[in-house]
Design a protein around this ligand. Structure first.
Ligand SMILES: C[S@@+](CC[C@H](N)C(=O)[O-])C[C@H]1O[C@@H](n2cnc3c(N)ncnc32)[C@H](O)[C@@H]1O
Length: 242
């Protein structure tokens, strides 16, 4: 649910700046005129990408609810279109950067999505992708509190190699991969408040009783040791259209 998404996963300005810096470093001095924010959701990145790169951002999103929230935010330099990764409503070789944040595990047809990304990218264009992976499940902050989330994560996430192979098969060469420490909560109380929105495709699948038990444990953790940011690794991939 959109309000839930932004309340649960919205960024503080400095968090957003940190991610824009990561993307900026990945792109280097390549000129970026057009960006596809694929699966843009509520537009958490769309306006910020347009402002940072002085680019035209096209947000493509299948969910009418998420798109409505993105439209409500209307930012300069952003166009929003309903569509999905497997059949992009964009011309061949029309974008310089494809940005994909926390969407890969939602693709219905990963190979088709990757081929579509390659089709719309100009030669030499970049694809930057943020994702969760199987390898990092142990390091996600909520897993110890919600033990039932582990098997769901195992069902829904893929390995780092699967992501790399999917794009390689579509003609995208891996430039780099890294783990970026990312703040899930400014402190444990903030983290608990965010979790309460269940703005996560795994937490929303838990039985209410399992969620309530885990949430209580997080709340207790926040009472005991409220200070210190809650940080978890996010896989960040940079590919180049060859
Ligand atoms: C976790 S949200 C991430 C939203 C946004 N990228 C962000 O980081 O804030 C995942 C988004 O992927 C979208 N999505 C699901 N299936 C998709 C598909 N096949 N193609 C494109 N987007 C998809 C969902 O509707 C949802 O908005």
């Amino acid at each position: 649910m959109p309000c839930g998404y932004d309340c649960g996963r919205g960024y503080r300005p400095e968090q957003l700046t940190r991610w824009l810096d990561v993307i900026s470093r990945a792109i280097g001095d390549t000129a970026i005129a057009t960006i596809l924010d694929l699966g843009c959701g509520t537009g958490r990145y769309s306006g910020a990408l347009a402002a940072r790169f002085g680019a035209w951002v096209i947000g493509v999103e299948p969910s009418q609810k998420m798109l409505a929230e993105a439209i409500r935010k209307t930012a300069v330099g952003v166009s929003l279109i309903r569509g999905n990764a497997e059949s992009l409503p964009l011309a061949d070789e029309s974008v310089d950067l494809v940005f994909i944040s926390m969407v890969f595990h939602h693709f219905k047809d990963r190979a088709a999505a990757a081929q579509e990304c390659r089709r719309v990218l100009r030669p030499g264009g970049r694809l930057c992708l943020r994702a969760g992976t199987l390898e990092q499940i142990e390091n996600y902050a909520y897993v110890p509190f919600f033990p039932e989330s582990r098997s769901l994560l195992e069902q829904h996430l893929v390995s780092r190699a699967t992501i790399e192979e999917t794009f390689a098969a579509a003609g995208l060469r891996l430039d780099r991969h890294g783990l970026v420490p990312s703040e899930a909560g400014a402190n444990w109380s903030d983290y608990a408040e965010r979790l309460a929105h269940r703005a996560d495709s795994i937490l929303i699948r838990l039985r209410d009783s399992d969620f309530a038990r885990g949430f209580e444990a997080v709340r207790k953790r926040a009472e005991k040791a409220p200070f210190g940011a809650v940080v978890e690794p996010v896989d960040f991939f940079v590919f180049r259209a060859v």
